[in-house]
Design a protein. Structure first.
Length: 526
């Protein structure tokens, strides 16, 4: 006899729904919250009978419980992974693809929630299976076509439109994370409109922004990280288009209030703060994704004593500093989220941002350790927060038995500990040893044994304080993504060389690219 999953009480069920709403309500649209709320109430009228013969909506509600528990880090019945017994129940009772197609949008929503759960427990390959099925069912229902949704009632049309774009984003991002080809239609073939205002639904600005970021990420994946060769002129034009799109997006996103501050006297709600953090960090992660090959190329050149940071061209220095600053700002925002208890304990985007930022800050630490100069050009490498705070954030997720966070933390720690053995020690005539230099060298040699928090007296451009007052908007005006310069080299051949070289075989996936760095530095001994 099949074991029934441990379901929450009705009051707890709505708390789990609220947890999902906190993280996904505005930037994505996994379901119509009004309908799901009603369905939860209906479920608790006869929960045991519904579990005995689960309908598609029973499975839907059980997944709400599973994802909610996962985000909150709450185990169910001793299971190591929060919500895993609930998810397993759904997986075992999931209808066939043919039956799911007959369930309409509810079947697509169930698949979307399964994707979110698997993605958040770092089972990206499995998540890609359900994402591919979800996008195909959505296409079969014509959700990618504007005339399909136009025939529906307004609320149904809004729901179908936003669900399509959410599935579209999920599929793109999982393809990047796994390195698998994109399944969805090319963006130019779709003619459905972007989400618009509609009564009873959240303002569409956040989901529109998220869609645009996902589209740019797909472009980055297919251009910068493509295994197929691109003619130089086409490649350069595409990269210029990516940078132009990021610049435009930076302008638009700057109108969204930044978490950690009040805007025009308006106290931001928790949901507004979390939405702000999500959008800014995913944009910063996209900037890091664009510039990571540049950082890796620079790191390799410096370690091979081919150049120093001071000797590189100004545009190369600027791109590197932009990448580092994007990583630093991501860490700062996640520190705000941690303080306000708004980090998803098992959350793909938060973990992805932590590791991506930690990856870049690790490269910055290597470059700094290998650079004897103490010029103004090295200032961005010495600012806080740094790799130490990225490690601290990963440690925090590890306290909830988040194995993916623990693994990524250990990867960064291991390479960080080996920096002294990687760096060619300069001749005494090349650099004067200062007390600060000795302190930093000792920190590298000893590894990270305790978190080192930022110096709150340091107020660089747009610094968010270590313990920000959420109602204080001091300094926020300067803390916009517009202040991150993204100016590519004027020399086309130089720019092409930055991205097309034999240094690394990159996929765009953060874990795979980190392992490629380890392979390059240590070979099979990694």
């Amino acid at each position: 006899m099949e074991e029934r999953p441990p379901v929450p009480t009705e009051s707890e069920a709505f708390q789990l729904l609220d947890a999902i709403m906190l993280y996904f309500y505005e930037p994505q649209h996994l379901f119509d919250a009004r309908e799901v709320s009603d369905r939860i109430s209906m479920f608790f009228e006869s929960p045991q009978s519904q579990l005995q013969n689960p309908s598609i909506w029973t499975l839907h509600i059980i997944l709400i419980f599973a994802v909610g528990r996962l985000l909150r880090g709450e185990t169910d019945g001793g299971s190591l992974l929060p919500g895993f017994k609930l998810f397993t129940f759904v997986d075992q009772n999931l209808p066939s693809p043919t039956q799911l197609r007959k369930q309409g949008l509810a079947g697509i929503e169930v698949l979307a929630l399964m994707v979110v759960y698997l993605q958040n427990i770092d089972q990206k390959d499995d998540a890609s299976i359900y994402a591919g099925l979800a996008i195909r069912l959505a296409i079969m229902h014509g959700l990618h076509r504007g005339h399909t949704t136009q025939r529906l009632r307004r609320s149904e049309s809004t729901h179908a439109n936003r669900l399509w774009w959410t599935i579209h984003m999920l599929e793109k991002r999982i393809a990047i994370a796994t390195g698998f080809p994109l399944v969805a239609l090319d963006d130019t073939i779709m003619d459905t409109s972007l989400p618009t205002d509609s009564p009873g639904f959240p303002n569409p600005s956040s989901i529109r922004m998220n869609i645009r970021i996902a589209q740019i990420q797909g472009k980055i994946y297919s251009v910068i990280y493509s295994s197929e060769p691109h003619p130089e002129d086409l490649f350069l034009a595409n990269v210029q288009e990516i940078v132009s799109s990021l610049t435009q997006l930076a302008h638009h996103i700057s109108h969204i209030p930044l978490a950690g501050a009040s805007a025009l006297g308006h106290q931001m709600s928790r949901r507004e703060q979390r939405t702000s953090i999500s959008l800014y960090t995913v944009l910063y992660t996209t900037i890091m994704l664009t510039l990571r090959p540049v950082m890796l190329h620079l790191t390799k050149s410096i370690l091979n004593a081919e150049t120093t940071f001071a000797q590189t061209t100004k545009d190369f220095q600027q791109l590197s500093c932009t990448c580092i600053e994007a990583a630093r700002r991501s860490i700062e925002l996640l520190m705000v989220a941690k303080k306000e208890d708004m980090i998803a304990k098992f959350g793909f985007f938060d973990l992805d941002t932590m590791f991506s930022a930690g990856f870049i800050m690790l490269l910055a630490a290597i470059i700094e350790a290998a650079s004897p100069e103490h010029s103004a050009s090295m200032v961005p490498f010495k600012s806080s927060p740094s790799i130490l705070e990225a490690i601290t954030l990963l440690d925090y997720l590890g306290t909830f038995n988040n194995e993916a966070a623990i693994q990524r933390r250990d990867q960064i720690q291991k390479l960080y500990d080996r920096i002294p053995s990687l760096v060619r020690q300069p001749h005494p005539s090349e650099v004067s040893i200062t007390s600060e230099g000795n302190h930093r060298h000792n920190a590298l040699a000893e590894g990270i044994h305790a978190p080192v928090y930022p110096d709150e007296s340091h107020q660089g451009i747009g610094r968010v304080p270590q313990s920000p007052n959420i109602t204080d908007n001091t300094g926020i005006e300067g803390w916009t993504v517009n202040s991150l310069p993204l100016q590519l080299p004027d020399d086309p051949q130089r720019m092409y060389t930055l991205y097309h070289n034999d240094d690394f075989t990159l996929t765009g996936g953060d874990v795979a690219d980190f392992e490629e760095l380890e392979r390059h530095l240590f070979g099979n001994e990694g």
